[in-house]
Design a protein around this ligand. Structure first.
Ligand code: IMP
Length: 196
């Protein structure tokens, strides 16, 4: 089965591609298309944004699509940056600028109050316009020090207490098993298997 992954985020593309190895799914990146329409993520939830990306890319490519909308929610900041995770420090902000903004907001907040979670909503959008969604949630806490070179986004400051590592210190195959995106993709894969 051919599926177009509706994201230009290379970090996500790499992860999802690795997660789908061995499933028989041929995952096509948006990079192989030119003239991809600009998508304004103006939804008020991860689901609304994932669905919007999926629908626009399905109409553009005429293919079955998988879209992911995800982000970091920090409890003491009432869920910030949430749906604004990729542009927390402004449109076009780098991962480091977003991390720096978050750490400034958390200045003087003690470790035990820096509880956070990554959330992911994955939408599987068929050519006939029907769709299904799958969710994943990964708990951790935000630390001041950047640790590790793997992953992307907020990974270097996302500490997983049980593993005593940040998400950026985890080898890619382990992150892909336990992460919010890993959980959502695992649910998607089981749903496909049940229908085969
Ligand atoms: P989206 O492309 O609008 O879904 O934005 C997702 C943003 O959330 C990314 O740009 C990152 O800032 C953050 N994010 C989502 N998943 C992860 C992850 O696995 N690690 C680190 N940051 C993530």
């Amino acid at each position: 089965m051919k599926i177009v992954f509706a994201s230009g985020n290379e970090g996500k593309v790499k992860e999802v591609q690795a997660m789908l190895v061995g499933t028989g799914i041929e995952m096509v990146s948006l990079k192989s298309y030119s003239g991809v329409p600009e998508i304004v993520e103006d939804g008020t939830s991860f689901l609304a944004n994932a669905l919007k990306k999926a629908r626009i890319i399905a109409e553009f490519t005429g293919e079955t699509v998988l879209a992911d909308d995800s982000g970091l929610l920090v409890n003491i900041l009432n869920g910030e940056p949430g749906i604004y995770s990729s542009r927390y420090a402004g449109l076009g902000a780098t991962d480091e600028e977003n991390n720096a903004k978050l750490l400034t907001k958390l200045k003087n907040i003690p470790a035990e109050k820096r509880v956070a979670s990554f959330q992911c909503v994955l939408v599987f959008y068929r050519k006939d316009g029907t769709f299904e969604s799958f969710e994943g949630n990964w708990q951790g806490q935000i630390i001041d020090e950047r640790r590790g070179d793997n992953g992307f986004g907020y990974d270097p400051i996302f500490w997983i207490p049980e593993l005593k590592m940040t998400a950026a210190e985890l080898p890619a195959d382990i992150k892909n098993k336990v992460s919010h995106r890993g959980q959502a993709v695992a649910k998607f894969k089981s749903s496909l298997l049940m229908k085969r």
